[in-house]
Ligand binder design. Structure first.
Ligand code: G6P
Ligand code: MG
Length: 218
């Protein structure tokens, strides 16, 4: 078994992907930039400012740092308004049960999220206490696919990356895990997450047998 698991937040623990999309879409619409759910797929795991820059690039628009700051603030206000109604009912199926299985088996649990809203969300859904280590967008300077968020998590756990399994729904997140030397379970579609060591559709019914399906723990 691994010694710890590091979980991404958005799209793995809670389904905030639609809320991010709605908020970005409203900003893109104001700027007359065509922005689709397929574009949004590429933004998963990417920091707020980098996401804004990618959307501006789709529209071939250039904005000053001050304008980007104003746009991302507006996006976040809309996002926070949507997620302010989150409750424990918004935890994705199987996640709470899986976290308890891990704790009972003596594995440590950590968060590795690009989101600056992560502490608020974990508190709102009542999962904060289940994570021994929490690394989020407030602690890092390089967004996924850079491995910083996971490397910092492993460091705070006092473990080597090979001893921690990363759970990720984002292409950029899987890449970050692999670049950092972590075994990685992709949560989502195999077509998108083919760089992961194993892909599962969700964490429904997840238990310790999942690790046997990873080459390094088979
Ligand atoms: C996660 C999400 C991204 C989001 C990023 C920053 O990685 O998948 O869609 O842009 O966090 O989130 P924040 O809450 O800080 O704007
Ligand atoms: Mg995610």
């Amino acid at each position: 078994l691994p010694k710890a698991c590091i979980f991404d937040l958005d799209g793995v623990i809670v389904d905030t992907v639609p809320a991010h999309y709605i908020a970005w879409k409203s900003i893109a619409d104001e700027l007359n930039i065509p922005f689709t759910e397929k574009d949004n797929e590429q933004l998963k795991g990417v920091s707020r400012v980098d996401s804004m820059k990618r959307i501006l690039a789709i529209g071939n628009l250039e904005k000053s740092d001050e304008e980007i700051e104003a746009l991302t603030t507006r996006k976040n206000d809309r996002y926070v308004e949507i997620i302010s109604k989150m409750t424990p009912a918004d935890i994705l199926p199987g996640v709470r049960e899986f976290l308890h299985v891990l704790a009972e088996a003596g594995l440590k649990v950590a968060l590795g999220s690009s989101s600056k809203n992560a502490p608020t969300i974990l508190k709102a859904v009542g999962l904060s206490d289940l994570f021994q280590v929490k690394v989020d967008g407030n602690h890092i300077s390089h967004s996924k696919p850079h491995p910083e968020v996971f490397l910092l998590g492993a460091d705070r756990l006092g473990l080597h990356p090979s001893e921690c399994v990363v759970f990720e729904d984002a292409i950029s997140g899987v890449q970050a895990a692999k670049r950092g030397g972590f075994p990685c379970v992709g949560v989502g579609l195999p077509e998108l997450l083919h760089e992961a060591d194993l892909v599962v559709p969700d964490l429904k019914d997840a238990d310790l047998t999942i690790f046997k399906r990873l080459p390094s723990f088979a």
